[in-house]
Design a protein around this ligand. Sequence first.
Ligand code: 5AD
Ligand code: SF4
Length: 443
Amino acid sequence: MSGSADKTFYLETFGCQMNAHDSEKVVGTLLQQGYRQVPSVEEAGLVLYNTCSIRDKAEQKVFNRLADYKKYRTQGKQFGVLGCVAQQEGEKIFERAPYVSLVCGSASYRNLPQMLVQLETGGQRVTGLDDRATDKCFETEYTARTNPHRGYITIIEGCDKFCAYCVVPYTRGKERSRTSSSVLEEARQLVDLGYTEIQLLGQNVNSYRDPDGKKSFAELLVAVASVAGIRRVRFTTSHPRDFGRDIVDVIDSVPALCDHVHLPVQSGSSRVLDAMQRLYTRDEYLERIGWIQAARRDISLTSDLIVGFPGETEREFEETLSLMDVVGYDSVFTFKYSPRPNTPALRLEDAIPDAEKARRLAILNDKQKQIGARRNRRHVGQVLEVMVEGKNPARGQWIGRTSQIKVMNFTVPAGVELTTGSYVQVRVTGSFPNSLVGEMAGV
Ligand code: 5AD
Ligand code: SF4
């Protein structure tokens, strides 16, 4: 590729929203460096994978992709591994896949321009493996946004929580926040680009600490929601330990803040929460849920749950089930515990066999199906505002999301065409465990 006038790249992304948004910034950086994005590996001079290592399955996908690289190794293509697997495996990747010439963890993206120059001049083992020493955020002049309606803004990177099962503190480095003024400037840029919905991102979004000391997290939420042109503001992921009442207060008083909180609990057992090093008990978690449920707005609640953490007894698992009943989540993401390199939980005994984890997961998913069905039924008859996201031509229905982040499939009067990104009022006529159906009731 070096010396070629046409610098092309292909990028594939695995994992969470943080990764998806990092990729938007990586693409922006490459475009600024004179690269052109192409839709297939075949057409690309530089092939990049932005990887995820949160669970074993995610990591396995990356190594399967790396095995695919082999067939291209003679074509002069260059290969790069970015993201969490890059940080976790480091230079070992060069041993495992010698055709890879770039390994760059997410805490090092700000050095990408220099790394690209090294690659272009024939660099073989270009690395960016800053770890927890990094105290800078990845800010780009240009971000190649792929979601046309929801603009993502990272406000805090990294994690200092060190939950016993989690690789993130090792792969994404230490917690570092952006200044509130740079976040607000990006929000204004997004409005200029036509965005009306913003999602603030962070591994622990509510641990946000303005380096300039101007705004708390709740104040930042209000400030972003007050930017002229913004209609919806979301934020994810919140950690229960840092979840203050002030967040509920601002949701209650600022309509542009969406009525949804994602508050991962992981387990309903205080004993397991302690072993997980989650820094709160079941009761402390439920206290926060109480604040949210006491709000004037009907705030939807979602969570992440892990089954089969080492030593989790049947009774402790049942405590998770009972917590789900007490809270009544609108939806949950559920996971089987997956042992991860470097994490303290690796040293724990009493691993739960996979078949047992699978059994617990199935029970949990079944329970959520019932709870979700019940939670969604309450919307039937209501008129909700929906942001239009697209059309399902096969079913003649439009699809959008409510402020509570629920998927709504809805019909419109004959002859009406909607534009994606617009807002309409929809009367809910039916519900399922994971979605609502309705008919347009106005604009
Ligand atoms: N095993 C299973 N689930 C995990 N998560 C994080 N690490 C692990 C692991 N080792 C889940 C948590 C977290 C979500 C993003 O992924 O529930 O909230
Ligand atoms: Fe992982 Fe815990 Fe940090 Fe979330 S808070 S990223 S689960 S270590």
